[in-house]
Ligand binder design. Structure first.
Ligand SMILES: C[S@@+](CC[C@H](N)C(=O)[O-])C[C@H]1O[C@@H](n2cnc3c(N)ncnc32)[C@H](O)[C@@H]1O
Length: 187
């Protein structure tokens, strides 16, 4: 695994940072996720880190975002970032109905559960609560959800979900905090 190479190749494109990716890679040694869902792709920097982390064990990343705006189209896109990083273990979705629509289809079509879901798209109460519930339903027992921005004054509603919904949900058996990241484990 070469996270430094991903950092160099994705330089200048937010959001996941090398230090965060390194912390996550330490957790992945124990958790061994193979099938990952990322909610919120943006330029695909997080996507590249996740794909690199699971590449050597033939893991796969599914990433989903809303359709791009005209401004976004002028920026480097996930497909270019993946190509530049030499990664081919990712499926990219851009949907009008976002991650919620993707997870609905995943469940009704009884697709294999994910081992890990990274919630980093929406950042509002009305999006984050259903994303969390759907992510739990899409996860295998013992799988983990990662919330970005649990302690970001720009996104207080993510913090509210983390504080008031996640710990009270009977489907969650463990939580961990690491700076702005919150991890929740499915029962
Ligand atoms: C902070 S960026 C994602 C960064 C990326 N995960 C990373 O680590 O590099 C948030 C993205 O979430 C997307 N988004 C917002 N609502 C969404 C939804 N309902 N489903 C999927 N993506 C959504 C936005 O369009 C935006 O591109």
């Amino acid at each position: 695994m070469d996270l430094q190479r991903i950092a160099k190749t994705t330089t200048g494109f937010p959001y996941m940072r090398l230090q965060q990716a390194q912390q996550l890679a330490v957790r992945f040694v124990e958790w061994q996720p193979e099938n990952i869902l990322e909610i919120g792709t943006y330029h695909g920097t997080g996507t590249c880190y996740l794909a690199e982390m699971v590449r050597e064990r033939n893991g796969h990343v599914t990433t989903v975002d809303l359709p791009w705006t005209a401004t976004d189209r002028m920026n480097r896109q996930v497909e270019q970032q993946l190509e530049a990083c030499g990664l081919d273990n990712v499926t990219v979705f851009r949907r009008d109905d976002g991650a919620e629509g993707l997870m609905f289809e995943h469940l009704v079509n009884e697709k294999p559960p994910f081992d890990f879901v990274y919630i980093d798209g929406g950042h509002q109460w009305a999006k984050t609560v259903p994303q969390f519930c759907l992510a739990l339903a899409c996860l295998r027992p013992g799988g983990w959800i990662l919330f970005d921005d649990i302690d970001n004054e720009k996104y207080p509603e993510v913090g509210a979900v983390w504080q008031h919904v996640v710990p009270n949900h009977p489907g969650v058996i463990e939580t961990q905090e690491c700076g702005n990241w919150g991890f929740a484990r499915r029962a």
